[in-house]
Design a protein. Structure first.
Length: 108
């Protein structure tokens, strides 16, 4: 099943909830590989205005972390938005990212 590149979930636990709730309905996120993350070596941090708001969902991050680490250009950003009430009710997801126009391709 292919990824829905315009609905990439952000994992944002209780540590980030206040930051998440302060975000506008739409925003620009910066993606930063976090290979030193002790819980998941393929972690990709999601930042908005220089503040960490969570991580790209692990099942997606594992496909994108290496291409992001190899990228030599400006930091990679993408559009983001708050999830709908049904997103939260069915999966607990509060933020979604759109990877449709990323300048890197995921690993197969």
């Amino acid at each position: 099943m292919p990824f829905m590149l315009n609905r990439i979930p952000v994992v944002a636990g209780l540590a980030f909830i206040e930051r998440v709730r302060d975000l506008p309905a739409t925003f620009r996120a910066i993606l930063k590989p976090a290979p030193a993350n002790v819980y998941f070596r393929h972690a990709i941090e999601v930042q908005v205005s220089g503040v960490k708001v969570g991580y790209v969902a692990p099942e997606v991050a594992v496909r994108y972390v290496e291409p992001l680490m190899a990228w030599q250009g400006e930091p990679i950003g993408c559009p983001g938005r708050r999830g709908s009430p049904s997103d939260y009710a069915t999966s607990g997801v509060e933020l979604l990212l759109d990877f449709s126009d990323l300048p890197v391709q995921p690993l197969d």
